[in-house]
Ligand binder design. Structure first.
Ligand code: DQA
Length: 149
């Protein structure tokens, strides 16, 4: 088995399903996890799936991804719009990075338009809900495979 795809989720995503379903959809984080695992396993990868409400913990996990991930999928949630610490940690990953957002952040409040993650991502998927995670994991697996060959 190659190194796993890390799928890291930021604050409030533990409330998926109950949280503003008109924006984020009905899927729970457990549903998202199951979809990511299914997609990755079909492509020969395992998944390390985590969620935190704490910025420092997210930074720790990004550093861990630098050491032991084949690629990183990250929904930084609100920290994507605010966190220079996350940006600095992502700079050191050295593996494919795919940023994902369930909602289309470009269609929402102006304060969601900036991202400290996007300049460091290989690609960004926004507005496709649960399907966006599947696409992000697929892209991460393909990029990881390309870079290891
Ligand atoms: C989000 C979009 C962010 O603006 C927001 O703060 C979130 C979720 C998304 O998945 O659509 O918490 O990252």
């Amino acid at each position: 088995m190659p190194d796993p795809i890390f799928v890291l989720n930021g604050p409030n995503l533990n409330r998926l399903g109950a949280r503003e379903p008109q924006i984020y959809g009905a899927a729970t984080l457990a549903d998202v996890r199951a979809a990511c695992e299914a997609k990755a396993s079909g492509l020969g990868y395992g998944v390390e799936f985590r969620q935190t409400n704490h910025e420092g913990e997210l930074v720790d996990w990004v550093q861990e991804a630098a050491d032991r991930a084949a690629a990183l999928v990250i929904n930084p949630a609100a920290y994507g719009h605010t966190s220079v610490a996350l940006h600095d940690a992502l700079k050191l990953v050295g593996k494919p990075i795919v940023e994902v957002h369930l909602s289309n952040v470009a269609k929402r409040e102006p304060f969601r338009r900036g991202s400290y993650v996007s300049p460091l991502a290989d690609g960004v998927i926004t507005g496709l809900g649960l399907r966006g995670y599947e696409l992000a994991v697929e892209a991460a697996c393909l990029l990881a495979r390309e870079r290891s060959s």
